[in-house]
Design a protein around this ligand. Structure first.
Ligand SMILES: Cc1cc2nc3c(=O)[nH]c(=O)nc-3n(C[C@H](O)[C@H](O)[C@H](O)COP(=O)(O)OP(=O)(O)OC[C@H]3O[C@@H](n4cnc5c(N)ncnc54)[C@H](O)[C@@H]3O)c2cc1C
Length: 472
C-alpha cells in the first residue's frame, strides 16, 4: 500500500500516475491520499458566479515545452479538452504585458521587430543586450543569483525592468536571491562552458537536440500548431483538481480529507507509519510526500533531524491576493494581461492581472492585485489585516489605472508561506536531501512545488518522474 501525503495538485497528480502505472503493469497497489483540510486542490481555488470568476491562486498554465505538453496530455485524458480556453499569439493578453516604471505603464516588446526598437523604460533597443554579452568576460561560478547573471551578461536595465518583475510574477521573489538555474539554467551553462550566452547559443545550433520525445495527444498538438501563449480552464482552474480528484475516487483511491499527518515513523525500507494527533496510524510500504518541505520537516524531525533541517531551509513567501469585480458595462482597463511592478520602484504591490481580459465569461471588469511576496513583512508587518490589503490595492489601482469606482464584489486572502523560493544553492540542497533519503533507504519520494519547479506544469511532471523512477 502506498500513501500520498497532501491533496494539492502534486498529490493528486501522483495518484493519477500511480493509477496509470497500476494499469500498465497489471499491478494492484492500493492507494491512500491523506489531506489535512476538507478540500483537494491546495492553492488552486476559484470562486465562480454568473458574473465573474475569481482565481484565488494560479490562473493560467503555459503550454510550452515537455512539461507544458505533458499537462495538456493529462487534461485531454481527463476529458477536459472542451473546457480549455487558449490565449493565442494575436490575443491582447498575449501581446500586451506591461511594467509600471516611473509612474507610467510601459508595454514590453512581444515581437521580433520590437527587439530592434527603443522601448521605454529601456534606453536602447533590447538587441544591444546581446552585444553586451559578447563583450563581457565570463566568471566561473557554481551558482549565482539570476539578477547578477542577467546584469553581467545583458546589462542592468534588463535585470531591473525585465527579469526582476518577471521573478515577482512567477514566484513573488527577489531576483537578487533566486538562483539563475531557476529560469536560465541553459544560458548559465553556456556562459560557464563557452564564455557567453551568444557563444553558447551558436555552438548549440550545431548540436542535435536531446529533448525527450513525448507522445502528444490532439490537444497538445493543437496547442503547438496554434502556438498558444497560455491557457485557462472554463469554470475556473479549480475544475482541474476537482476532475483529478473524481478520477482518483472512481479508481478506488481512498481519499481521506481532514486527515492531517503529524508524524512519520520509518520502520524499515518498505514499512512506514503515518500518525496523527488523534492517535490514528496508517502503515504503508511507501510515502509520496507532496506537502511543503517545511511541513514535512516537522514530521520527520524526531527520527531524522538532519533531514528536517535541510527541508526546513527551503524558504517560502507569503502573498496577499485581492480579487476585484466592477459591474460596469464599459471596461475600466485597456486589453492586456496586466502589469508587474519592478522591485526597484518600491511599490506595495507586485502587480495586477487583468482577469476580464484573460479569463472567459466575465461580465464587467475583473482584476487581481498581488501584494507582498518576498517583501510581505517589510511592507505590511506581522499583523496586517485583509482590510488593510484591500485599501492598499484600491489606492494603487486608483493611482495607476485611474479606477475610482467602488468594486461590486471583492475577495481578499493572505496566502501564508505559499510559494517556495529557489534561492542560490537550491538545486544542490535538493540533491543533498534526496541523497540522504537514498543512503538511509527511506521509503519516501518527494513531490510538489518545493523541489523540482514552482509552477503547475513542474509539479505534475515531478509527480510523473518520481512515480516512473520508483516503479522501475
Ligand atoms: C498565488 C499563487 C499564484 C500562482 N499562479 C500560478 C500560475 O498562474 N501558473 C502556474 O503554473 N502556477 C502558479 N502557481 C503555483 C501553483 O499553484 C503550485 O505549483 C501548485 O499549486 C503547488 O501544488 P502542490 O501540490 O505542490 O502544493 P499545495 O498546493 O501547497 O498542496 C499541498 C497540500 O498538502 C496539504 N498538507 C500540508 N500539510 C499536510 C499534512 N501534514 N498532512 C496532510 N496534508 C497536508 C495541504 O493542505 C495542501 O492541500 C501559483 C501559486 C500561488 C500561491
Amino acid at each position: 500500500m502506498a500513501a500520498i501525503l497532501g491533496g494539492g495538485l502534486g498529490g493528486l497528480s501522483t495518484g493519477y500516475y500511480l493509477l496509470k502505472n497500476n494499469l500498465n503493469t497489471n499491478n494492484n497497489l492500493k492507494l491512500f491520499l491523506l489531506e489535512a483540510t476538507n478540500y483537494c486542490g491546495g492553492w488552486i481555488k476559484s470562486i465562480k458566479t454568473k458574473d465573474y470568476t475569481f482565481e484565488l491562486g494560479p490562473r493560467t498554465i503555459r503550454p510550452r515545452g515537455t512539461t507544458g505538453l505533458n499537462t495538456l496530455n493529462m487534461m485531454q485524458d481527463l476529458g477536459l479538452s472542451e473546457h480549455i480556453v487558449p490565449i493565442k499569439p494575436d490575443h491582447p493578453a498575449a501581446k500586451n504585458r506591461m511594467i509600471y516604471v516611473n509612474n507610467h505603464l510601459h508595454t514590453l516588446p512581444s515581437s521580433f521587430k520590437g527587439v530592434f526598437q527603443k522601448n521605454e523604460p529601456f534606453t536602447k533597443p533590447l538587441i544591444y543586450a546581446l552585444f553586451n554579452d559578447i563583450k563581457q568576460p565570463n566568471k566561473l561560478l557554481e551558482d549565482d543569483s539570476i539578477y547578477n547573471f542577467v546584469e553581467r551578461r545583458f546589462g542592468k536595465e534588463i535585470a531591473d525592468y525585465a527579469i526582476s518583475p518577471m521573478i515577482c510574477g512567477i514566484c513573488a521573489g527577489d531576483a537578487k536571491e533566486i538562483s539563475v538555474k531557476f529560469l536560465m539554467k541553459t544560458l548559465f551553462e553556456w556562459e560557464q562552458a563557452h564564455g557567453g550566452v551568444v557563444k553558447g547559443l551558436v555552438r548549440s545550433l550545431f548540436k542535435s537536440s536531446t529533448d525527450k520525445e513525448l507522445e502528444l495527444t490532439d490537444l497538445a498538438k493543437k496547442a503547438q500548431e496554434e502556438k498558444w501563449n497560455v491557457y485557462t480552464v472554463r469554470g475556473g482552474l479549480e475544475t482541474f483538481p476537482y476532475t483529478l480528484q473524481r478520477y482518483l475516487k472512481e479508481n478506488n483511491v481512498d481519499i481521506r480529507m481532514d486527515h492531517k499527518v503529524d508524524e512519520i515513523e520509518f520502520i524499515d525500507s518498505s514499512t512506514v507509519k503515518l500518525k496523527n494527533k488523534a492517535g490514528n496510524k496508517i502503515v504503508a510500504s511507501h510515502i509520496y510526500s507532496s506537502i511543503p518541505a517545511y511541513s514535512l520537516a516537522k514530521l520527520v524531525q524526531k527520527q531524522h533531524p538532519d533531514l528536517a533541517q535541510d527541508l526546513d531551509s527551503i524558504p517560502f513567501v507569503t502573498v496577499g491576493i485581492v480579487n476585484l469585480y466592477f459591474a460596469t458595462k464599459a471596461s475600466l482597463i485597456s486589453p492586456a494581461f496586466g502589469f508587474l511592478v519592478p522591485p526597484i520602484e518600491n511599490s506595495p504591490i507586485l502587480g495586477v492581472v487583468f482577469d476580464s481580459c484573460c479569463i472567459p465569461d466575465q461580465n464587467g471588469t475583473v482584476l487581481t492585485v498581488m501584494l507582498g511576496g518576498k517583501w510581505f513583512k517589510e511592507k505590511f508587518g506581522d499583523n496586517c489585516t485583509e482590510k488593510q490589503l484591500l485599501d492598499i490595492a484600491l489606492k494603487e489601482i486608483k493611482s495607476i489605472l485611474n479606477i475610482n469606482d467602488v468594486p461590486t464584489a471583492q475577495n481578499v486572502n493572505i496566502l501564508e508561506k505559499c510559494i517556495p523560493q529557489y534561492v542560490i544553492g537550491h538545486y544542490e540542497r535538493v540533491d543533498k536531501i534526496r541523497q540522504y533519503i537514498k543512503d538511509k533507504n527511506l521509503p519516501i519520494s518527494l513531490i510538489g512545488c518545493s523541489y523540482d519547479g514552482v509552477g503547475i506544469n513542474d509539479v505534475i511532471y515531478s509527480a510523473k518522474t518520481q512515480v516512473i523512477k520508483d516503479c522501475t
